[in-house]
Design a protein. Sequence first.
Length: 307
Amino acid sequence: MRIGINFSNTTTLGSLEPVIESARRCDADGFAHWWLPQAGYLDALTVFGAVAEVAPHIEFGTAVVPTWLYPPHTLAAKALTTSALVGERLTLGIGLSHRAVVEKRLRMTWEKPIRHAIDYLSVLNGMLDDGQVDYDGEIHSANGRYPVFTEHRPSVLLGALGPQMLEVAGRLAGGTITWLTGPRTLRDHIVPTIRRAAETAGRANPRIVASLIVTVTDDERGVRARHAENLAGYGSLPSYRAVLDREGVDTPAGVCLVGDEESVGAQLEELADAGVTDFAAVEVGRNPEEKQRTRALLKAAAAKGDR
């Protein structure tokens, strides 16, 4: 299992300096990949092009780009431009977001999400493959051909938790990226479902990228209580509630990786045994000691995996 960093607190920053430093340090510390959300007013794909030289070894990934905000034509142009700058190091994680976000925050219409994902990927894949697409969909359609100015085609992952979306991810994407999904759910639901879909479609074994909060601490109870408070909103979103119920935990804090070095190391091993190919850690520490211990544990785990 390859280990990377998910730098997810971009909406609280006042400048790009912490983002650039995170990428540089991630590369220097030997991690395999570095992920950014497409959130707020920070454009993740632009950042990847900007930090490619200070982080020359790591893979860059979006976790994730909300599809309702970016038509497939627009996202293809952004992704191919970034690939021209970073080479074959780009992975494009996309996701549908949630009905509450799309309808209440974006004031857009949430309709037929499975059909939306199928049409979106069908158009996007054609544009990323060779610039040519001829697809008539119910929600997204495209016809035309444009020159592709890079030989590096970014891989695409679809955020998927439910059976239908996992089937789409296995059939039309290179895998999935999950958030707040524990090892039992990954082992018994996510991994077998997407693998069956990929096999049926004649595709290679899908990539499974799992992202969770990690805190190395001697105060597990206190840290989990803090995470439960900070993550409370996720527990009311239907897609996350479903995977938390599958996992048998009451709150999202129940799937966070929390404990001392031995405990968190064992929790990482459990994810690898569940079939996770890549782990993207969201590092959270309440103080400098917890932050240092968390980074040290993750660096040691990364050194054991492939870069």
